[in-house]
Design a protein around this ligand. Sequence first.
Ligand code: GLA
Length: 328
Amino acid sequence: MKTIAPGRVNLIGDHTDYTGGLVFPMAIDRWTVCEGAITQDAITLTSADQEGTVNVPLGATFDSAMQPSWGRYVSAVASLIKPHHGVAAHLTTTIPVGAGLSSSAALELAIAYALTDSITPTELALLMQQAEQLATGVPTGIMDQLCIATAREGMGTLIDCESLAVTHIPIPTDVEFVVQFIAHRTLEGSEYSDRVRECTEAESVIGPLRHASLNDVAHIGDETVHRRARHVITENQRVLDFTQALASGNYSEAGQLMRESHESLSHDFAVSTQQMDNVVESLCAIPGVYGSRMTGGGFGGCVVTMCAPGTELDGWRVQPVGAARRVD
Ligand code: GLA
């Protein structure tokens, strides 16, 4: 038995998923692999990168005190999948942990496919979103799990996080995406939960942000909440504009939208860092670079840059790959 699950980089549309907005991530050529044997008893996992052996009895409920601590993800996944069999397997990964490239969602899906193969990708993504929330206590959205569960090779994954409709959009081969690692972070203990609360506050004044306009935002008195709402509404529009610009080969327009997205995440949504702002600014000044932005939850992690092929930049060139699956 062997399963693989890729990481993802979000090209545009951050902090929009938990209000039913639009996101455009792509699964990347870095993977978590789970390899071993199906058993009739417990789930027993070891990892090349993490300490200890995780042992979860079949039928166990979620154990928030699980040791070693990465076992919380295994416990969360198992408690939701309720598998009819166990597994004894070893995990390896080429996705950097804590870098905003969804190493945790890849872990969840790699384990999930080892425990079941009779669930649709969308149902699995919803369950694994719950697993992430259980394991971390952070009210994260659906983007990471749904992208990793439904991605197609060569395509970006446009997700409508309200209907969960997925549209696969070709990633042009005459541009490159480069990911640069900036700093380790976890969303636990970050202001991620505060941002979710601020969006809920905005919605209590003007209704669902997905259906609100900038005119509606004018009715929000609180300056901070006003800015958060403005980010979400403008970011949803940028996702649509970006996919169209990419499809029509208008790369300078697409790059400009990435820069605007970064500005908005930094100023209105306050999830960037000075270091990320500086890196994005210097990357954008390099000839051949169309645009650059922070990617994912923020507060550290990575920036993603779109550039002409062959542009010399630090970081990893990433390719769009297919979804998590069982491979044998
Ligand atoms: C993290 C979450 C996602 C999403 C992004 C920000 O990656 O897991 O659900 O909210 O942050 O876009």
